[in-house]
Design a protein around this ligand. Structure first.
Ligand code: ZN
Length: 211
């Protein structure tokens, strides 16, 4: 949809990937994949972390710590993790917001909280479920945020098996924004990324944050 960024700039000769990790929060979603973050740090792989307000409220200190690490850019994954709509359209059975006011209620509280906790105003937004209608996208943009889509869904909400995560990463096209999760430590996201790294390194893959 127009207004949703789903690719990043590329360079000649080296593939570029923008890894993005969502932390969805809420029941069943407030975990923290410490191994994944440790792997990114050990390998010096930059990433953009999309944090939901509910997750930040549980992990306030951790959010501040992640924001202090220049490897990571902190972005917003909404307040209640609702699909973004002005007429209640749902995604995956999750009810969407029902009005322009509802869209703003999904954007503004987390924007304030993240600014307070990290000292930096987030510049990127990805709604819960990453589903939008066109008016909602325009409202996000007029709020001064860019809407982050994705090219590759790498982990199906952290339910994919390690080899599937590995394959999706290795096969991601040049300039892809890769969507995965950092809130499901029992998922296979970390193992899949670790397994993909030899091939990605052999290809001299350049990892970038959303900027
Ligand atoms: Zn999410």
């Amino acid at each position: 949809m127009p207004g949703i960024v789903d690719r990043v700039g590329t360079v000649r000769g080296r593939p570029t990937l923008a890894l993005t990790f969502d932390a969805c929060g809420g029941p069943g979603g407030r975990g923290y994949d410490a191994d994944l973050i440790a792997l990114l740090r050990a390998e010096r792989i930059p990433a953009t972390l999309f944090l939901n307000e509910r997750w930040v409220r549980v992990h306030r200190g951790l959010t501040a710590e992640l924001a202090r690490d220049r490897l990571f850019a902190i972005a917003s994954h909404g307040s209640r993790h609702s699909p973004l709509s002005v007429d209640g359209r749902s995604a995956y059975g999750i009810a969407g917001t029902r009005s322009g006011r509802g869209v703003l209620a999904e954007i503004e509280p987390n924007q304030r909280l993240l600014t307070e906790v990290t000292g930096t105003v987030p510049r990127w937004f990805r709604a819960g479920t990453a589903h939008y209608d066109d008016v909602a996208v325009e409202i996000v943009r007029r709020s001064g945020l860019r809407v982050a889509g994705f090219t590759v869904n790498a982990d199906d909400g952290a339910t994919a098996r390690p080899d599937s995560v590995r394959q999706r990463l290795v096969n991601a096209p040049d300039g892809a924004i890769v969507l995965a999760h950092m809130n499901q430590p029992r998922g296979a996201t970390c193992d899949g990324l670790r397994a993909a790294l030899p091939a990605l390194k052999a290809a001299r893959t350049r990892f970038v944050r959303l900027t």
